[in-house]
Design a binder for this molecule. Structure first.
Ligand code: CGF
Length: 833
């Protein structure tokens, strides 16, 4: 259990002085003269001053207690804005709000100045951010290790209904919360060759020569625990040219090499690859991976050796969690350091490495599995490749011994096969734990995708159902509901979400229902104002807010949603007087820049919105809104305002989902398939309080493996569906270009095309989805029934806190020591930058 808060008491006057002082020293301005951005910077520096005290204190305590530390290695950390979250976790939000008010400053305006640090694509990066929040709050020593991309996830603009990608220069005004730490810079080497020789002590040595290198320079961001004074670190690495190299090379006449090195540094951290669940196979991506991994592993080893003398016990104090296969080179890098720098034998190094590294799988989508051509891998990372080859050689020998004569097993399981290095296989073979991210997903891994590995090493496999932090997604994002929850069950839910189950007894209480629906209404008004301001569309907060926000991907089936809207629209056109409860369909999604069908789906949504929103004959009963630039900051408002949470992926394809949990926490009812964590959500809240439809994952997998589904049969036999599909190619929504949506039509029906028709079973699930949608409408009309279900969703969301997930990682995988800070003298200190 957490002890009493140990953070310093907030001193309002000191804080106000600090803001004024910062504006003066940073910008030579008074508060009145400063811009909103400058005020944001000044406020953030004042808060950072408070945080830094706690940060130093925490690190001192870690130094003393020497707890085991997890390094969460991830290409992505989708942190969202820091200021508001830091204030929440410092338990200083209201105090700061009040202090700013006294200075004539509105806290919302200040928060709005902060760019979202968008160093991630979607669920995987946001999960990493939630995990860091939980680790600090639970009092575990942890580092997040990643890349300080100069350009994060692109900003999305919608022009003429199309997605336009605009660079996200998130560092343009500087990042007040980060600290540059040049004293921990590391050299990372690429290319060249390995010189093998025997040294004077008779040891085999492997020396990389003729390489190019870059300097990795860490920037640290504080991760503030909630109310416990703990501050952990997110360490993101920037790349700089290696000092003096240029001159040296120039002297040697190797000007070309010096320039290349300079370019390497400039390019390596330039941009985040904007693909989610899809691997692009680009050389620069492998460079990025090795860059941040080499730097992080070097630093982890050096830090350990500053305090210990036996590297053979490294795993007793350190664990590496590999967030997907992206950081898997960590395995070979650790082996390299242990053998080449610390002279451990292979067996000794292997014993340490295989007790240090653990791997999380986030997807079964084939196109997401990373495989690198041997040529590229060995050219870029010659020493690492040698090590991977040796791991593979030994593993293949083991497989051959276990399954004599079974070449097929080797073909399926080898790390290096068919000219490629398979990163998932490397992670499974060398890690001590392999986990999926929801129960169904883990089962599919064990029974299908990773069956051979599971059979060979079943003990490594385990499930860790994802979670989200209630501190950002309820306490910060939905203050009205947060206060209401606290008024009913007390405030313990903030650090122990299971306590929120105390709300169950209010589910049928008329007064509570009314209060709840009133809060939902106010949040809908807040979102409606945002939509009016950003989209110029007026929506009625009394209508059902039916929301699908997530990355745009065919398997997530935004297409099913919009086709169904077309079907509803057709129904209303045919019968304008039919009973129809007004509905606002809200979408938000970014598509990878090169993903044609995803981008076309955005265009279709906007084209349908144009027609439907402007058709007076349907009396505003349907509105369709595509919220531009979906990101963590507007997500918080969207979740708070949702009535219906669309979680309609093709069963088996969504590993977990985490948006589904955020909606639930905010009292939206799930309309979804039995996929990912939806299964567990329904298990918690009950079938009566969700709307489940469609094929099961077993049915999908059976069709995929044995065939038997022909979408053309549905097209031929169902006039409603046929009408909707014909509208894709007859100009109903694109009169100026009737062929515009042909690729979407083809993806559903074209049996001649290379990929299968309707791979994601949209037509198969269409009518069951429409039926579920009818049930949603009927349920919403019963206001008391709806309120009861919505309250029960909030009350049953306890399982989905990332605090629970992290505690499971700690218990089953990491075995970290809990740290509780001693109480400190209350000695408030807020000084200028
Ligand atoms: O990871 C995902 C997400 N798209 O980032 N995968 N990846 N890669 C899954 O598709 C989600 O289902 C999952 O919730 C998320 C985090 O585990």
């Amino acid at each position: 259990m957490l002890k009493k808060p140990v953070i310093q008491k907030f001193d309002k006057d000191l804080f106000k002085n600090s803001v004024v002082y910062n504006v003066k020293t940073l910008y030579r301005k008074t508060l009145e003269e400063a811009t909103q951005q400058q005020i944001f910077q000044a406020v953030s520096y004042a808060i950072k001053d408070i945080i830094v005290d706690n940060w130093m204190n925490t690190q001192k305590e870690y130094q003393k207690e020497d707890p085991k530390t997890v390094y969460y290695l991830s290409m992505e950390f989708l942190m969202g804005r820091a200021l508001g979250n830091n204030l929440i976790n410092l338990q200083a939000y209201e105090d700061v709000e009040e202090a700013l008010e006294e200075l004539g400053i509105d806290i919302n305006t200040v928060e709005d100045q902060e760019p979202d640090p968008a160093l991630g694509n979607g669920g995987l990066g946001r999960l990493a951010a939630c995990f860091l929040d939980s680790l600090a709050t639970l009092g575990y020593a942890a580092y997040g290790c990643g890349i300080r991309y100069r350009y994060g996830m692109f900003k999305q603009e919608i022009r003429d209904g199309y997605q336009i990608e605009v660079p996200d220069n998130w560092l343009a005004d500087g990042n007040p919360f980060e600290l540059r730490r040049p004293e921990y810079a590391k050299e990372v080497k690429f290319g060249g060759y390995v010189n093998v020789f025997v040294d004077e002590n008779g040891r085999n040595c492997f020396k990389q020569e003729g390489y190019q290198s870059v300097k990795a320079v860490p920037y640290d961001m504080p991760i503030v625990g909630y109310g416990n004074g703990i501050v952990n670190t997110l360490r993101i690495w920037d790349a700089e040219p290696v000092e003096c190299f240029q001159l040296e090379s120039f002297d040697k006449g190797d000007y070309q090499k010096a320039v290349e090195q300079e370019n390497l540094a400039r390019n390596i951290v330039e941009v985040l690859y904007p693909n989610d669940n899809h691997y692009a196979g680009k050389e620069l991506r492998l460079k990025q991976q090795y860059f941040f991994i080499s730097a992080s592993v070097q630093e982890a080893v050096e830090k350990y050796m500053r305090k210990h003398d036996d590297i053979r016990k490294f795993h007793e104090k350190v664990t590496f969690q590999l967030n997907d296969t992206h950081p898997t080179v960590a395995i070979a890098e650790l082996m390299r350091i242990l053998m080449d720098d610390y002279y451990l034998t292979w067996d000794e190094a292997w014993a340490v490495t295989t007790k240090t590294c653990a791997y999380t799988n986030h997807t079964i989508m084939a196109e997401a599995l990373e495989k690198w051509p041997i040529e590229l891998f060995s050219r870029l990372l010659p020493r690492i490749y040698q090590i991977v080859e040796e791991i593979n050689r030994r593993f293949v020998a083991q497989v051959s011994q276990m399954y004599p004569g079974n070449q097929n097993k080797i073909a399926k399981m080898a790390i290096i096969y068919d000219g490629q290095v398979k990163m998932a296989h490397l992670a499974i073979v060398s890690g001590y734990s392999v986990n999926g991210v929801a129960r169904l997903h883990t089962e599919i891994l064990e029974k299908q995708e990773l069956k051979d590995f599971y059979e060979m090493m079943p003990d490594k496999f385990n499930n860790k159902t994802n979670g989200i932090t209630q501190r950002r997604f309820l306490l910060h994002g939905n203050p009205l509901l947060a206060q209401w929850v606290t008024a009913h069950v007390g405030s313990d839910w903030i650090t122990d979400l299971s306590k929120i189950s105390g709300l169950k007894i209010y589910a049928e209480d008329k007064k509570a229902q009314q209060e709840f629906m009133n809060i939902k209404y106010q949040n809908k008004v807040r979102l409606a104002n945002y939509i009016l301001e950003h989209n110029g569309v007026e929506v009625d907060p009394r209508s059902i807010f039916d929301v699908q926000v997530k990355r745009l991907h065919e398997y997530k089936r935004q297409l099913l949603n919009i086709l169904h809207i077309m079907y509803l629209y057709n129904g209303l056109k045919e019968n304008p007087d039919k009973e129809f409860y007004p509905r606002t369909f809200i979408f938000g999604a970014k598509a990878a820049a090169g993903y044609r069908n995803a981008k076309l789906t955005i265009k279709l949504i906007n084209a349908v919105a144009d027609v439907v929103n402007n058709d007076p004959s349907i009396g505003g009963k349907i509105k369709v809104v595509f919220i531009e630039d979906y990101k963590v900051s507007n997500a918080e408002w969207i979740f708070a305002a949702a009535d219906v949470s669309e979680q309609i992926s093709t069963a088996s394809k969504e590993a977990s989902g985490t948006g589904n949990m955020k909606f639930m926490l905010n009292g939206a009812l799930t309309l979804g398939t039995m996929d990912g964590a939806n299964v567990e959500i329904v298990e918690e809240v009950g079938m009566d309080n969700a709307f489940i439809f469609g094929l099961s994952s077993d049915e999908v997998i059976r069709f995929e493996n044995f065939g038997g589904y022909n979408p053309m049969d549905i097209f031929n036999n169902d006039p409603d569906i046929r009408k909707v599909l014909m509208q894709l190619i007859n100009g109903t929504f694109a009169p100026y270009d009737t062929e515009l949506f042909r690729p979407l039509y083809n993806s559903l029906l074209n049996t001649q095309s290379t990929s299968k028709a309707d791979m994601y079973f949209i037509l198969k699930d269409f009518k069951p989805y429409a039926e579920a949608q009818r049930k949603v409408e009927a349920a919403y009309i019963d206001e008391a029934g709806w309120a009861k279900s919505a309250i029960l969703n909030v009350a049953c969301s306890g399982k989905f806190s990332s605090d629970r997930t992290i505690q499971e990682y700690v218990n089953d995988i990491w075995h970290l020591d809990k740290v509780v800070l001693p109480k400190r003298a209350e000695n408030p200190k807020v000084i200028g930058k």
